[in-house]
Design a binder for this molecule. Structure first.
Ligand code: ADP
Length: 194
């Protein structure tokens, strides 16, 4: 299996670049944000509980998202690799992901960390809020809370993978294609396409 993590703050372009990466490398896309939003759309108990936190810009509890990822791995046994997007977002999630993958005799090959300035993030998220109707993008206070959670709980996840020399820093400003080329170049150093 070839497993990637696309890492970065809210609004750094993970969703956009994920679509292009899964097409090029034939990976299964696992976005915890997308899975949570589909639970909200179904009005499941999990979705309704998660929505209260998401609308405040707070993280959903670790055990909830870890359970979702475990289910997704079990339900996609034939995948040739996974692209994790929006996960892991805490050190507990990172340690748990390592264990889940080790149980499948696999691991993370590379963490692609997208860097975007805070000013640009807020601009992009407010614009997405107008177009998508995502309630957590509509209000600047909620956006700032999400970026705050990123600095407080998520950014340190990088250290976990830096210790293993698995992090590639990617400049996340520029055109969508330029950024994709940077990602593909970093991947080419660890993965040879057949
Ligand atoms: P963004 O990257 O733009 O914040 P996501 O779609 O990744 O958007 O996540 C939306 C919200 O879903 C987050 O603000 C958080 O509340 C929740 N969420 C998503 N992934 C996780 C996770 N791995 N751990 C905890 N909460 C999560």
């Amino acid at each position: 299996m070839f497993n990637l993590i696309l890492f970065g703050p809210p609004g750094s372009g993970k969703g956009t670049q994920s679509e292009k990466l899964i097409a090029k490398y034939h990976l299964k896309h696992l976005s915890t944000g997308d899975i949570l939003r589909s639970e909200i759309a179904k009005k499941s108990k999990l979705g309704l509980e998660a929505k209260k936190l998401m609308d405040k810009g707070e993280l959903v509890p670790d055990e909830v998202v870890i359970g979702m990822i475990n289910d997704a791995l079990e339900n996609n046994k034939s995948a040739k690799g996974f692209l994790f997007d929006g996960f892991p977002r805490t050190e507990v999630q990172a340690a748990e992901l390592d264990k889940l993958l080790a149980g499948k005799k696999s691991s993370i090959a590379l963490v692609l960390a997208m860097n975007v300035s805070e000013k640009e993030l807020i601009k992009r998220l407010l614009k997405r809020g107008e177009a998508s109707g995502r309630s957590d993008d509509a209000n600047e206070e909620v956006i700032k809370a999400r970026i705050g959670e990123y600095h407080k709980k998520t950014q340190s996840v990088l250290k976990h993978y830096q210790k293993e020399k698995k992090v590639a820093e990617i400049e996340g400003e520029g055109s969508i294609d330029e950024i994709f080329q940077r990602l593909a170049k970093a991947i080419s150093k660890v993965y040879k396409e057949k």
